[in-house]
Design a protein around this ligand. Structure first.
Ligand code: DGY
Length: 320
């Protein structure tokens, strides 16, 4: 069987794939240009792709022999899963293994916002540190007893809630479906309406998947409900936020600041207005970017593909 990778994976993963299949790895421009992807997928049985590859119906249908798609990500909004399912193509993904890393990064961003870490670092590095340890100089805010609002209470949202409990924060959440009472109690979280979530949170963190329903759901209307002192964090998908509205909210100080790991278009252009603002922390889509996690993701991505190509159920299969 023939397998296409839109980019290199870990050596151990490539070795494993090469033992079993005729493997082609794209080494050129990233993401793989669509025309090239379409031409390369024609004779392939399996595909390993990344979250920035657009695996739409046209690509899927060009793969006339395609049996399995395995994405090196938990997000699968870049794959037309319905088109794949119509053709009987199995889609695998890599949840669970990246939950902790993404929740950790969320907390790192939260601490960075509350304690002004990037700003302090810039201050010292640029030799602008003048006054020492005063009552009003370079103050941040405590996480203790602040309200964290979680939008999307799936695996990652829950992992963030657990971490926030360690900082003695109050946690509220909004989700499509409410958690069972006993789970809410165990996590120490309280369900609120979307409106309430935005009005009450001192820091609001997005952990929802990108779907037509969540597309730009976070916009000026919701920013206007937020406290002037509140922060926004997004480690989920950029398209959940209306970025133009966020720039307005940050410029007009409708909210105090934001920390973003994901953007509408990645990599974000250095000309994008958001990159010119001081009250925003920007990261290059690194939620799952730890040595341990990316290795586990590779293991799962390979296992998913191997199982699906053998006609078996992958460890993690995207439901249609
Ligand atoms: C994913 O796996 O979807 C993440 O966004 C990658 O960090």
């Amino acid at each position: 069987m023939k397998v296409l990778l839109t980019r290199k994976l870990h050596d151990f993963a490539l070795k494993e794939l090469k033992r079993k299949y005729d493997v082609e790895v794209h080494t050129g421009k990233i993401p793989m240009p669509k025309k090239l992807l379409i031409s390369k997928i024609k004779d392939k049985d399996g595909l390993i792709c990344y979250p920035y590859d657009s695996i739409d119906a046209e690509v899927i249908n060009a793969g006339t022999r395609l049996k399995a798609i395995s994405t090196y990500s938990v997000g699968h909004d870049h794959i037309d899963v319905k088109a794949a399912s119509k053709r009987g193509i199995v889609v695998g993904y890599t949840p669970e293994v990246l939950t902790r890393a993404t929740a950790d990064l969320t907390m790192a961003l939260m601490l960075s916002l509350f304690r002004r870490i990037p700003e302090g670092d810039r201050l010292v590095h640029s030799n602008k540190w003048r006054t020492i340890f005063g009552p009003y100089e370079f103050l941040g805010t405590d996480l203790y007893q602040k309200t964290l609002g979680i939008f999307g209470m799936g695996r990652i949202g829950k992992a963030v809630a657990k971490r926030a409990a360690g900082f003695e924060m109050k946690v509220i959440y909004h989700n499509r479906t409410r958690l069972p009472k006993n789970e809410e109690e165990k996590l120490g979280v309280r369900y609120v309406t979307l409106d309430n979530l935005f009005r009450t949170s001192d820091v609001l963190s997005i952990h929802s998947p990108y779907t037509p329903q969540t597309s730009e759901i976070v916009n000026l209307k919701l920013f206007n409900k937020m406290k002037k002192t509140s922060f926004l964090i997004n480690t989920s998908r950029g398209k959940i936020i209306n970025e133009k509205d966020l720039v307005i909210a940050l410029k007009r100080k409708i909210i105090a600041g934001a920390a973003l790991d994901v953007f509408q278009k990645e990599p974000i252009s250095s000309k994008h207005q958001i990159t010119q603002l001081d009250n925003v922390i920007l990261m290059p889509h690194s939620g799952s970017a730890t040595i341990e996690t990316r290795k586990k993701m590779a293991e799962i991505a390979v296992k998913n593909l191997v199982l699906a190509l053998a006609g078996k159920k992958p460890i993690y299969q995207v439901k249609v």
